[in-house]
Design a protein around this ligand. Structure first.
Ligand code: SF4
Length: 354
């Protein structure tokens, strides 16, 4: 039996301008079997929103639908946690379906991958921005010497790389920006990236959590053992590789699961991988609207994510009702987790934890 890839476009929605770009034509030629439907804007696509109304069809939409557009605004936003700046995204949406994912909130919950074909414009805006900044003279928790740009805030670049050469172009661009590094988080192992020659200027952050929990909430992602093993290969290929322990989901029995995960990492990683390893730790924040949506397609995950007995409500600046672990408990649980990690992986610096 041949397994279909994670993303296997049968229907491509595209802005007409996409055809004017070489990258756009390249992608269209790559999927000749896909039906092409022109749309006014990659953001406003009523047909897709109608199709996404049925939650049981989402996973099919994520596999079958690709959206192509031209990125308009090249805004770079300060960050200070995972990166110094959030780069203009080269894509939006994701073929995976983690049930806690915040990415769909602005775009509707099926949220198939949208790829922007003007990656050259994105690269130019990054080069200009880094040139204006000049050298990073004060080390911070993001990086001691380079300005770090997060390239993947709105999706997963490892999957995007199965669609186009955008990711390869971005990795190549950062080889030539002396004061900056690229960075992106991923939950999927795409071994094609091993050939991109990052020369230490791209940081991949593999997101990890105990495999038992990932089976329930990390839908369509690479198995945890595969992600952990990939760390060594990506380091050997010239990437800086960090890990994101995220989201941390507290439940009965979490201690044993996390201790096993830390032990597995320690057992598998090579000395070279350990020597450069750093991590981020992010406790789960859930969302009331997302909870309601998830009940329609993946209620099992909500038994773990939706824990009003452990969580408190907080209204975000955008008016969203979020659920986060009760503040005093959260601090205690975070300290416990960091303690378990330090016992098994004392070499792993924590870049930030919250
Ligand atoms: S891999 Fe990332 S972007 Fe994709 S669904 Fe999971 S959390 Fe969201």
């Amino acid at each position: 039996m041949t397994l279909r890839p994670l993303l296997d476009p049968q229907l491509i929605y595209l802005e007409p301008a996409v055809r004017a770009y070489a990258r756009g034509r390249e992608i269209l030629a790559r999927f000749p079997q896909a039906r092409q439907v022109e749309i006014d804007s990659h953001w406003r696509n009523p047909e897709l929103y109608r199709a996404a109304a049925a939650a049981e069809d989402w996973l099919k939409l994520k596999r079958d639908v690709l959206v192509l557009g031209v990125k308009k605004g090249m805004t770079l936003r300060p960050n200070g946690r995972s990166a110094d700046f959030i780069a203009p995204s080269s894509s939006n949406g994701c073929a995976m379906a983690c049930s806690y994912c915040y990415v769909p909130r602005r775009k509707g919950y099926a949220n198939p991958v949208s790829v922007f074909v003007n990656v050259d414009d994105i690269v130019r805006s990054l080069e200009r921005h880094a040139a204006r900044l000049g050298p990073k003279t004060e080390p911070n928790t993001v990086d001691p010497a380079a300005w770090v740009y997060d390239l993947g805030e709105n999706g997963d670049l490892s999957v995007d790389a199965t669609i186009s050469r955008n990711v390869e172009d971005l990795v190549a661009a950062f080889r030539a920006i002396p004061n900056a590094k690229a960075s992106f988080a991923t939950k999927w192992v795409n071994r094609d990236l091993l050939a991109y020659e990052p020369q230490g200027r791209t940081r991949v952050r593999f997101s990890l959590m105990p495999a038992e929990m990932a089976k329930v909430v990390d839908i369509r992602t690479s198995p945890m053992a595969e992600r952990i093993a990939a760390v060594n290969d990506f380091v050997a290929a010239g990437y800086e590789v960090h890990v994101n322990f995220s989201p941390v989901i507290v439940h009965e029995g979490w201690e044993a699961e996390w201790r096993r995960l830390f032990q597995e990492i320690d057992d598998v990683l090579t000395p070279a991988a350990k020597a450069q390893l750093k991590c981020e730790v992010i406790m789960l924040t859930h969302n009331e609207a997302l909870h309601d949506v998830n009940l329609a397609w993946h209620p099992k995950g909500e038994d773990e994510l939706w824990r009003p007995d452990l969580q408190e409500r907080k209204v975000s600046e955008g008016g969203m009702v979020n659920l986060r672990y009760k503040v005093a408990w959260k601090r205690r649980w975070l300290d416990q987790l960091l303690g378990w990690m330090a016992q098994t992986m004392p070499y792993c610096t924590v870049r930030y934890a919250f």
